[in-house]
Design a protein around this ligand. Structure first.
Ligand code: MG
Length: 469
């Protein structure tokens, strides 16, 4: 079993899977919203005289939906709208543009009665209309002609074109490719990779792989590696193998044919962004290879952090000490961090804590500061990663962020969401982790008075420098 299996999808306080996957309450909320919209559209659009049906598609259908991970991102839900008619009957055939206008108008009208909808995007997109909701999500409504006799579907484009596109066929392909025993694990693997895509392409959004590209290429890699027999392999080990396979594949050939329509290339990353994609995939592959030879959970987690950033949880500890194998000596003393609590940025100091903030209200300004700077090597690369947790951060879709720089001994952060969060300080030199200090920060709304800190001893994990031989 891989060293980080517990942190991927096991018993850890936080898991990578838990951090990227919507809760059942969140899924239920989305389902209620799209059901209500689908019911309304079905009733309204029936006025045009064609039988109407709807079908949920996309990530929600595939079971690979992930949470929004940055502030401002949204859940993406796709509800297909199907108009049925017999194509032989020329008189009864509406145009693609008519269908799109009817759906767009019905959505605009629906918005009038639903306070949660903030906008119906106008003009509509080429392949769908979009309704944006208040609570970090939108619903897309791709619109199709359904030929029931032939069980065939084509997508109505705004430009007037009909595109051969059958979401049902591709879904069936995905559902059946790895066998029912492995389906849940395949879904988890796709979710991990979508999480990676959400954090690794912030600077180069044009190089970000689409959901469908990751879904199809991951399913194909799984099928090549293990087929339909039961895999019985831990998630992190499975991901290591998948990433190696994807890297190999994409270096050789960038094309990803739609498995149910070989003429369609699902890879829409533009040519001039392809190198940026490959470089980020190389970083992920390197993290996976390092995790593969890691001696223990802490070093595996720190390797994965290189690709998954704040999404990757670290082991539940206060500090990680890194020892040299030959001498058993720690590379450096784990530094202490003082946290000043201010009423606002550049405001007045209310309290100071060490290595932990036992309780602080929202809307305060925290300054994290390495106290014993002399223990830190010169030119050390210091990263400060915020790992948010709890319902509030989840609802906003803000799971964390990272600041990193040479000799960055101090950083500031606002307190925004109720819950237990971490500020993780990782000190590296020439790419090697030298020490980690995890600062838990408890943000409470009912706690206006700042507590004095009670003494406790810090839990230390020891890990070995370098790779397992
Ligand atoms: Mg969509």
């Amino acid at each position: 079993m891989g060293q980080a299996a517990r942190l991927f999808n096991g018993s850890a306080e936080q898991t990578l899977y838990g951090r990227v996957t919507p809760t059942s309450e969140q899924r239920q909320f989305l389902q209620d919203q799209w059901n209500a919209m689908a019911d309304h559209l079905k009733a309204k659009l029936a006025d045009w005289g064609y039988p109407i049906s709807t079908w949920i598609q996309g990530s929600y259908k595939y079971g690979t939906l992930i949470k929004p991970v940055h502030k401002g991102e949204e859940y993406d839900v796709d509800v297909g709208i199907y108009f049925s008619w017999d194509p032989q009957d020329a008189q009864a055939s509406p145009t693609a543009q008519q269908l799109r206008t009817w759906v767009q108008n019905a959505l605009v009208e629906y918005k009038q009665g639903v306070a949660e909808i903030t906008e119906v995007v106008d003009p509509a997109k080429e392949r769908c209309s979009r309704a944006i909701y208040q609570r970090q999500f939108h619903i897309d409504t791709p619109t199709y002609h359904l030929d029931s006799a032939k069980d065939a579907r084509r997508l109505a484009c705004l430009s007037g074109a009909w595109e051969d596109s059958d979401p049902k066929l591709l879904y069936k392909w995905f559902r059946d490719i790895v066998g029912s025993d492995n389906r849940e694990q395949l879904r988890r693997l796709v979710r991990y990779l979508k999480g990676w895509a959400a954090v690794a392409f912030e600077e180069t959004p044009e190089a970000r792989p689409s959901s469908i590209l990751l879904t199809v290429s991951t399913a194909e890699a799984s099928n090549e590696l293990w087929g339909a027999r039961l895999w019985a392999i831990a998630d992190d080990d499975a991901l290591i193998a998948i990433v190696a396979k994807l890297y190999e594949r994409f270096i050789r050939d960038r094309k990803v044919s739609n498995p149910v329509d070989r003429n369609e290339d699902l890879n829409r990353i533009p040519n001039d962004a392809w190198d940026a994609f490959l470089t980020r995939l190389a970083v992920l592959n390197d993290a996976a290879e390092t995790a593969h030879v890691a001696e223990d959970e802490a070093s595996a987690a720190l390797a994965w952090e290189g690709a998954f950033s704040f999404l990757m949880p670290l082991p539940e500890t206060d500090e990680v000490e890194v020892v040299e194998s030959s001498s058993e000596r720690a590379l450096m003393q784990v530094p202490d961090i003082d946290i000043g609590v201010y009423d606002r940025k550049d405001g007045s100091l209310l309290a100071t804590y060490r290595n932990e903030v036992p309780s602080v209200p929202k809307d305060r300004w925290l300054v994290f500061n390495i106290v014993n700077r002399h223990v830190v090597p010169q030119y050390a690369d210091i990263s400060w990663t915020v790992r948010n947790d709890g319902e509030e951060a989840d609802h906003i879709g803000d799971l964390g962020h990272i600041q990193r720089g040479i000799s960055m001994h101090s950083v500031g952060e606002a307190t925004a969401y109720r819950g237990k969060h971490y500020m993780d300080c990782v000190i590296r030199l020439n790419g090697t982790v030298f020490a980690v200090r995890r600062v838990p920060v408890y943000i409470k709304t009912d706690q206006q008075k700042l507590l004095t800190q009670s003494q406790r001893s810090w839990m230390t994990l020891r890990t070995r420098k370098g790779r397992r031989r």
